[in-house]
Design a protein around this ligand. Structure first.
Ligand code: ATP
Length: 415
């Protein structure tokens, strides 16, 4: 029996209209057009969608050009990949030509040839991601489900399409865990056996691709659950053997999720927690393997080096200016990773005061005000501003007037 999927209740009319027109234009060009992959899964589940993957058994770029023309939407062409994107406000429609993929050896990037819907679905990772929705007017919104994805969605199962799936591309191990935890599903029994059998295949994947998977994990709502499950399955230890840590990382990431601090980017904090328990050498090894961008590499190193410097904060009555001096050069994720991971109440109180208060303290006097008082821009002014900030932090001055008085005393050399 063919099932038709109702999309009208899940996306705005203009978006439905674009999809409908795309189907009509493809039909006029003599081709079949489908919505494919995760978007079909999410349409059936009723989760939020903003990106639509469309697949045409014909020339995707040509179709996208017509679609953008007719619907008055924006067009971007990726000539190298023979794909194109049409955008309307926050909605994007990625058009690709159906393709088949073969792998020269495990972990290799796939060799791509033009193909049919059938080959295109067969190259996909899981049954729930291997469904398509017809957009051609005659079969509009009919579900194409060759692998039982609909039933697996119903049962809450993540299932591979064939026995060699994880061998072909072991990043699917991370993907499978991610879907399982995100959707509150279960990895199907046979798939779980294959996954466990193929964990060693993660060694065939480049660090860049593993980093990409970790970044996707860090951007999920439930990274702690994914990391916990990855540890349980021996997948996390493939990133670094030190991550076999009895749930430590998952627990800290779970706590990190609840933090809300201005300018704190949670994905960066999750990454920095990775570095916390590593030795300096292990941290460098991790950076060489994952090759994160410069700012993430910096955060990883800082997390590690701050952990070594925190002994200096383990004093109850430390003046705020000294706490500030020690922490000012460190990024927020590095500080918060240490906050979450550390076990000294005293240190944590200083860290918390720094991130919630000290880092925002500014003297009332600015460089301009100092200039008006006769101080030339340069090292002397810089030092004055720093001393003013320290005085304000330690509440030695509490008003602009007191700050001016202090500057005058310094200028006269009386302090
Ligand atoms: P998300 O909701 O996380 O964006 P998605 O299902 O849209 O999930 P994408 O990574 O955007 O996932 O990929 C789109 C589709 O491409 C997937 O649904 C799947 O069918 C296919 N796909 C992506 N990566 C792989 C892979 N490594 N192996 C096989 N199929 C893949």
């Amino acid at each position: 029996m063919t099932e038709t999927v109702n999309i009208e209740t899940k996306i705005p009319p203009k978006v439905v209209n674009i999809l409908q027109i795309a189907g009509e234009l493809a039909a006029k060009q003599g081709h079949n057009l489908y919505l494919v992959g995760g978007v079909v899964r999410d349409l059936i589940l009723g989760t939020n969608i903003s990106d639509f993957d469309l697949m045409v058994e014909g020339d995707a770029v040509q179709l996208a050009k017509r679609l953008a023309e007719v619907t008055q939407t924006e067009l971007t062409i990726h000539a190298r990949f023979k794909t194109a994107r049409v955008t309307w406000t926050k909605w994007s429609f990625d058009l690709a030509t159906a393709r088949s993929e073969t792998y020269d050896h495990p972990g290799a990037l796939p060799r791509v040839q033009p193909g049919s819907l059938e080959n295109d679905l067969f190259r996909r990772d899981f049954t729930i991601n291997a469904m398509a929705l017809e957009l051609n007017p005659q079969r509009y919104l009919q579900l194409v489900d060759q692998y039982g994805g609909r039933e697996d969605l119903e049962k809450g199962l993540v299932r591979v399409l064939h026995e060699k799936s994880f061998t072909d591309d072991a990043t699917r191990i991370w993907r499978g865990i991610r879907y399982e935890q995100r959707l509150n599903f279960q990895i199907e029994k046979e798939t779980l056996k294959l996954l466990q059998r193929d964990v060693p295949m993660l060694d065939t994947i480049s660090g860049d691709r593993i980093r990409h998977e970790l970044e996707l994990v860090c951007n999920e709502e439930c990274p702690h659950k994914i990391i916990g499950r990855a540890e349980e399955l021996g997948v996390l230890a493939k990133v670094h053997p030190a991550f076999k840590d009895g749930g430590w990382l998952a627990d800290k990431i779970g706590r990190a999720r609840n933090l809300t601090l201005p300018n704190l980017k949670l994905p960066a904090l999750y990454m920095s927690l990775l570095a916390y328990r590593l030795t300096g050498q292990e941290c460098e090894d991790l950076i060489s393997y994952l090759r994160p961008n410069r700012s993430t590499a910096r955060v990883l190193r800082e997390t590690h080096s701050l952990a070594g410097a925190l002994g200096n904060l383990d004093k109850r009555n430390l003046p705020p200016s000294q706490v500030y001096k020690l922490l000012q050069g460190y990024s927020l994720p590095a500080i918060m990773a240490n906050y979450l991971a550390g076990d000294s109440y005293v240190v944590n109180r200083h860290l918390y005061a720094f991130v919630t208060r000290y880092r925002f303290v500014k003297p009332s006097l600015t460089g301009n005000s100092l200039k008006k008082m006769g101080i030339e821009p340069g090292p002397e002014m810089k030092e004055m501003l720093e001393r003013l900030k320290a005085a304000k932090l330690d509440r030695k001055v509490t008003s602009r007037k007191e700050e001016e008085e202090l500057v005058r005393q310094w200028m006269e050399g009386t302090t």
